[in-house]
Design a protein around this ligand. Structure first.
Ligand SMILES: O=C(O)CCC(=O)C1=CC=C[C@@H](O)[C@@H]1C(=O)O
Ligand SMILES: [Mg+2]
Length: 368
């Protein structure tokens, strides 16, 4: 592959309802959509999942645009890739900025799969035709969260994740468990706790949660190892794992028993496969997280989630969970709690250029 033209579409879309975690309330979502055109005319799509401000990780939409325009795109436009796995390696002179790297790396995977006329899922080594869908319920009043859970269960979702934060944890989970003693349930803290809160987190052991996601600091694996020894509920790491090396160290230390892989967070699909394979070898289940993204990134997530060790339902919800209209056609739908893995070439969804144009507020071009 030799990329000849890369276009960045900076979009802005309003969420159908605000999404609140311990750290931030998101109402509108900016995204960096990457369109990569190969010399043979094949077009691949990727998406940067950084938020507008650095609350989730240090990357932002603006830092992604800067990294892509000034460093990553010039690297990609001046080389020949035989395989998409070479893309991440070609960025080795550039530290971190994994969301920016993933945005373009994924577009190259899409080009590659389309050239082979194969679904991206099968090119990655996926084995599933459909994946189980989970839904995330953002922070709200307890009655509203219970109502959202009702709706999600009625829509067939297989697993529910609720956001928690100090003072909004035990009582919330207690109320949910009173109404739904047996639903597959987990809690995501987005780093809202410290080891001083260990007793509070231990008190959640009574509720049979599938896991507690990222209770402690986003850059920590030491305190998580201490905490995992104190609580029975499995700890799942999200923000703390940015690479296969991070995953190996966390597993060696016993910092978690489950890993949430977001391809956009870890630098793309090649690193996703590495983390997946490592966890498979170590008997650690993984699942695919979400980033309130458009259908383009979700399509990549879906392909990744078709790999065999993605055994826990991911944050893979329908397009309509977040958007009045999505950028892809057909939109992602959930049927009987499942999302079908597309069988068309590449990501298997068409990008709807009319909708893309409607939500784009700036476009940047680079070519050879
Ligand atoms: O996209 C989805 O369905 C999941 C969204 C979600 O839960 C998250 C997205 C981004 C940051 C966090 O708030 C949270 C997470 O940490 O997993
Ligand atoms: Mg999380």
């Amino acid at each position: 592959m030799r990329l000849k033209k890369i276009t960045l579409h900076l979009t802005e879309m309003e969420l159908v309802q605000p999404f609140e975690s311990s750290l931030e309330r998101v109402e509108t979502r900016e995204s960096v959509i990457v369109e990569a055109e190969n010399s043979d005319g094949t077009v691949g799509w990727g998406e940067g999942v950084a938020f507008s401000s650095p609350w989730y990780t240090e990357e932002t939409v603006k830092t992604s645009l800067h990294m892509l325009q000034d460093f990553l795109i010039p690297i990609c436009l001046h080389r020949e890739y035989r395989h998409p796995e070479e893309v991440h390696a070609s960025f080795s002179g550039i530290k971190r900025n994994r969301m920016a790297k993933a945005a373009i790396e994924m577009a190259v995977w899409d080009v590659y799969a389309k050239q082979l006329n194969r679904p991206l899922s099968s090119v990655l080594g996926g084995t599933r035709e459909a994946v189980e869908a989970g839904m995330v319920i953002g922070l709200d009043t307890i009655p509203s969260m219970l109502k959202s859970i009702d709706h999600a269960l009625a829509a067939g979702y297989k697993r529910l994740k609720v956001k928690i934060k100090p003072g909004y944890d035990f009582d919330l989970i207690h109320e949910i468990r009173k109404q739904y003693p047996y639903i597959p349930l987990m809690a995501d803290a987005n780093s809202a706790y410290t080891l001083e809160d260990a007793d509070k987190l231990k008190s959640l052991d009574d509720f049979g949660l599938m896991m507690i996601e990222q209770p402690l600091a986003s850059d920590d694996i030491i305190d998580h190892a201490v905490l995992q020894k104190m609580v029975n509920t499995p700890i799942c790491l999200d923000e703390s794992i940015e690479s296969a090396e991070d995953a190996r160290k966390a597993l060696d230390l016993g910092s978690c028993k489950i890993i949430n892989i977001k391809p956009g967070r870890v630098g793309g699909l090649a690193e996703t496969i590495k983390i997946h394979d490592l966890c498979l070898k170590r008997n650690i289940p993984v699942w695919c997280g979400g980033m309130l993204e458009t259908g383009i990134s979700r399509a990549h997530n879906l392909a990744a989630a078709s790999l065999p060790n993605f055994t826990i339902p991911g944050d893979l919800s329908a397009s309509s969970r977040y958007w009045k209209e999505d950028l892809i056609s057909p939109e992602v739908t959930v049927q009987n709690g499942l999302v079908a893995v597309p069988s068309g070439a590449g990501i298997g969804f068409e990008v709807d250029r009319k909708k893309l144009g409607k939500y784009t507020k700036q476009t940047f071009h680079a070519s050879n």
